[in-house]
Design a protein around this ligand. Structure first.
Ligand SMILES: Nc1ncnc2c1ncn2[C@@H]1O[C@H](COP(=O)(O)OP(=O)(O)OP(=O)(O)O)[C@@H](O)[C@H]1O
Length: 319
C-alpha cells in the first residue's frame, strides 16, 4: 500500500478573532484545506478577506485563536523552528537593513538558519533574480523593485521546500514580474518546491496556479483546480461601452465600470438575446466585443454571491 505524501501545508479549522471596541473582528472563520507538496497554489480574495492574516499565522507571526497549521507535519506554534525552516516567506512590505550590501544581507540571512558556505546558492539567487550586478551595492542605494528582489532572495536563502509569496508583484513593473515568475515557476518545476501565492492580479493566478482557494469575509468560498473554476464561469462575456443607463433587467446581470459594461453569456443564443434586448431598449453602444470568460469573472461572480446567470427573455426567446 502506498502511503499518501504528507501535505506541504495543512490548515486545520483555523479561526482568528481580533478584539475591537465595536465588537470582535472575525478575520478567519474555520478555514481548513491542505496544499500538497509540489503544488503551485493561489490564495485569492478581496481586501480584508483574511489572506495576510492566514499567511501571518502560517509564518508564525500571528497566533491563531483556534485551530492548527502544519508545515510538512510540523506545527507552526508548538514546533516553530522546525516549521519555519521549511518555509520561505516573502512579505508584503519592504523591510531591510540599510547598512549592508545585497550579498552581505544574504549571508547574514543564511546565518540565521545556521547555514555556512552558501555562496554557490547565493550566486544562483542573484543571477536568477537579476541582481548579479547589484551584489556589492548597499541596500540603501537600491530602487524599490530591486529591494523587492532582495526580499525574495532572502526568503529563499535556506532553500525552503515551501515558498510563500504575499502579493509579491503589487506595484512592481512588468519586467520584474516576469523575472520573478520565471524564477519561481522554475523552482516549482525543477526542484519541486511548493508555492503559495496571494495576488490581486487574477491573470497571474490563472497562468501560474494549478489550484486556487478563494476567501471572502474570512471563509473559504471556493477551493478547486483552476481549470474547474474556469469551467464554472459562463463561457463568454459580451463587452461594450455606453453613456446611457441600462434597462433594469440588463443592469441586474451586468458588471459596470464607468462606461464599460460586461454581460455574461453561456452561448451564442444568449449573446443574441442580449443584443436583441439592447436594441429593443434603444441603447446606443460602442466597441461591442465578445471575449472568453476568465478567472476575474469567476471571482467577481463568487464575491457578489451571484451563482448562476438569470435568463434574459427577449421577444421570441425560448427558455
Ligand atoms: N492586527 C489587527 N487588528 C485588528 N484587525 C485586524 C488586524 N489585522 C487584520 N485585521 C482585520 O482582519 C480582517 C482581514 O485582514 P487581512 O489583512 O488578513 O485581509 P487581506 O485579505 O490580506 O486584505 P488585503 O488584500 O487588503 O491585504 C480585516 O477586517 C482587517 O481589518
Amino acid at each position: 500500500m502506498v502511503t499518501p505524501a504528507m501535505p506541504a501545508v495543512s490548515f486545520q479549522n483555523v479561526s482568528k478573532t481580533f478584539p475591537a471596541s465595536r465588537g470582535d473582528i472575525h478575520a478567519l472563520s474555520d478555514v481548513s484545506f491542505d496544499i500538497e507538496q509540489g503544488e503551485f497554489f493561489g490564495l485569492l480574495g478581496p481586501n480584508g478577506a483574511g489572506k495576510t492574516t492566514l499567511i501571518s499565522i502560517l509564518a508564525g507571526l500571528t497566533r491563531a485563536s483556534r485551530g492548527h497549521v502544519l508545515v510538512h507535519g510540523k506545527d507552526v506554534q508548538s514546533d516553530y523552528q522546525a516549521a519555519r525552516r521549511q518555509l520561505g516567506v516573502v512579505p508584503q512590505e519592504l523591510v531591510f537593513d540599510p547598512f549592508f550590501s545585497v550579498r552581505e544581507s544574504l549571508k547574514i540571512q543564511s546565518g540565521y538558519f545556521g547555514i555556512r558556505g552558501n555562496a554557490a546558492w547565493i550566486d544562483e539567487l542573484l543571477e536568477g533574480l537579476g541582481l548579479a550586478d547589484k551584489a556589492g551595492a548597499n541596500m540603501r542605494q537600491l530602487s524599490g523593485g530591486m529591494k523587492r528582489r532582495v526580499l525574495i532572495a532572502q526568503a529563499l536563502v535556506h532553500k525552503p521546500p515551501v515558498i510563500v509569496l504575499d502579493e509579491p508583484t503589487a506595484g512592481v513593473d512588468v519586467e520584474l514580474r516576469q523575472t520573478l515568475w520565471k524564477f519561481i515557476s522554475d523552482l516549482n518545476k525543477r526542484m519541486g518546491s511548493t508555492v503559495l501565492l496571494t495576488t490581486h492580479y487574477l491573470e497571474e493566478a490563472e497562468a501560474l496556479c494549478g489550484r486556487i482557494a478563494m476567501l471572502k469575509n474570512g471563509r473559504v468560498v471556493a477551493l478547486e483546480a483552476t481549470s474547474e473554476l474556469l469551467s464554472r464561469a459562463s463561457s463568454n462575456v459580451l463587452r461594450f461601452k455606453t453613456d446611457q443607463a441600462l434597462p433594469l433587467d440588463l443592469n441586474q446581470l451586468a458588471r459596470v465600470t464607468g462606461r464599460v459594461v460586461q454581460l455574461p453569456a453561456h452561448d451564442a443564443l444568449e449573446v443574441e438575446r442580449l443584443l436583441a434586448r439592447m436594441r429593443e431598449s434603444g441603447l446606443t453602444v460602442q466597441d461591442v466585443e465578445i471575449r472568453k470568460a476568465d478567472l476575474e469573472d469567476v471571482f467577481l461572480d463568487l464575491m457578489q454571491g451571484a451563482r448562476g446567470v438569470p435568463q434574459v427573455r427577449g421577444e421570441g426567446a425560448s427558455a
